[in-house]
Design a protein around this ligand. Sequence first.
Ligand SMILES: NC(=O)c1ccc[n+]([C@@H]2O[C@H](COP(=O)([O-])OP(=O)(O)OC[C@H]3O[C@@H](n4cnc5c(N)ncnc54)[C@H](O)[C@@H]3O)[C@@H](O)[C@H]2O)c1
Length: 321
Amino acid sequence: MKIYVTRKIPEAGLALLRPHFDVEVNPEDRPLSRAELLAKIVDADGVLCLLTDRIDAEVFDTATKARGFANYAVGYDNMDVAEATRRKIPLSNTPDVLTTATAEMAWALLFSAARRVVESDAVMRSGEWKGWGPLQFIGQEITGATLGVIGSGRIGKAFALKSAGFGMKVLYTDEYPCAEMEERLGARRVSLNELLEQSDFVSVHVPLMPGTRHLIDEAALGRMKKTAVLVNTSRGPVVDEAALVRALHDGVIAAAGIDVYEAEPKAAEGLAALPNVVMTPHTASATVVSRNGMAVKAANNLIAMLAGRRPPDCLNPEIYL
Ligand SMILES: NC(=O)c1ccc[n+]([C@@H]2O[C@H](COP(=O)([O-])OP(=O)(O)OC[C@H]3O[C@@H](n4cnc5c(N)ncnc54)[C@H](O)[C@@H]3O)[C@@H](O)[C@H]2O)c1
């Protein structure tokens, strides 16, 4: 059976697939164009795809032999789950293995934005630093501040628990209560508006869905403290990026740390010119442990799908009922 892998992933995953299948990997280090993707999957029995591949009805119509699609990501807003379920095609994602890496990146962005690390680094590299000064690069203190966590799922919870060493007051918002955050941190579940109004640092950890698109819009940014820092490692469209540019420019909030963008690989016009934003190129899960774990999970999901078994991380388990 033939597996198509839409972009090179760590060998840890490919090595699991090769003994069982004829594995073809996109040889170029770039996402496939739509036409390339459709041409390559025509005769595939299984597809290992990325968040940059749109997996929808047209793909299912084209890959008529495919017995499953394994996404190399925990987020699956690139996949039409309802359509796959209607056709009884299994889909999977890679939860848990990237939780720590993503939570750590949220902290890296939070610290960098709060303490203006990237701006300071640029001054050092330019050779223009004139020596110590009492008013240089004053930022926001983290210890004892109020942390707002939007979405207390796997990553939001892991992110929140790491705040314990900084003695932060933790607020969170989610449809479901998180007993562990409440017991270990004394965290309080509040409305989104209360969280935005009271937090010094706000970190977003919700999936992209119709109900979370532009969850952080101009009105939400307007509720935040002028001294607040926004961190987004979820998905770009959860934040209205044009509104964020205006808020950062006009001093509505102090700073932001951003890993994901509305129209990747482009950042919104004006964002890169702002000194008070720290940007990473959607690399929150990019640690050796996490990316290897994602590769192994995606491979194991695909192996199960092609054997006619329910994959461990199935997104539409109802098709097996
Ligand atoms: N930047 C990256 O590289 C990267 C890496 C991993 C994950 N992610 C993103 O992070 C997201 C979260 O991952 P996870 O494993 O924690 O998922 P999860 O499903 O465990 O957690 C998501 C949480 O958000 C909550 N939620 C949904 N809508 C909400 C709303 N409107 N308000 C408040 N809470 C809401 C859910 O109830 C759930 O508890 C993924 O969907 C993915 O898009 C990004």
